[in-house]
Design a protein around this ligand. Structure first.
Ligand SMILES: Nc1nc2c(c(=O)[nH]1)N=C([C@H](O)[C@H](O)COP(=O)(O)OP(=O)(O)OP(=O)(O)O)CN2
Length: 151
């Protein structure tokens, strides 16, 4: 093999509601998005070829099971809100069934990207022998945030 760095990218789509407290415009209102997260995944051990015996960094299905599983349970069809946004949290809690996930900052695309990259991916991907080094979080087809770790 050439010794090239190899990365696989898995896209996972989900729907969620949110709002940006303090936003100067329409995003201060509760609303929702069809999000997509693109996970760029590489081998944890960079000393070898980075590929398993079958020729994969990791099976796409294994990434899906770990990360789509988490997103489906925690975020999909739920509301993502800043933990300091008491009014929105109370409003969402007033409606059953309530699916709510709170974050340490406003749920911007940047904050969601960083949360998935640094708080969700490491523990879920390490058992597969891989890590996510770059995460692209699409809030709309036109807008995304990118979070990345040093190589
Ligand atoms: N840097 C960021 N800016 C904005 C974010 C964000 O996460 N990071 N989020 C929002 C809002 O959530 C909003 O829903 C998106 O706003 P907008 O760009 O206006 O998207 P639209 O799809 O409504 O825009 P179109 O004009 O229809 O393309 C705002 N800013």
């Amino acid at each position: 093999m050439s010794g090239a760095n190899l990365t696989v990218v898995r896209r996972i789509e989900f729907c969620a509601g949110h709002r940006l407290l303090g936003h100067e415009g329409k995003c201060a209102a509760l609303h929702g998005h069809n999000y997509a997260a693109e996970f760029h995944v590489t081998a944890l051990d960079s000393s070898g070829t980075g590929l398993d015996d079958v020729g994969r960094v990791v099976d796409f299905a294994a990434i899906k099971e770990e990360l789509k599983g988490w997103i489906d349970r925690e975020w999909d069809h739920g509301f993502l809100l800043w933990e300091g946004d008491e009014a929105a949290i109370a409003a969402v809690r007033a409606v059953e069934p309530c699916k709510l996930f709170t974050l340490p900052a406003n749920p911007t695309a940047e904050v969601l990207a960083e949360y998935l990259l640094t708080r969700v991916c490491p523990a879920r991907l390490a058992p597969l022998g891989v890590r996510c080094t770059r995460l692209e979080l699409w809030e709309t087809p036109n807008c995304r945030a990118v979070a990345s770790l040093p190589a």
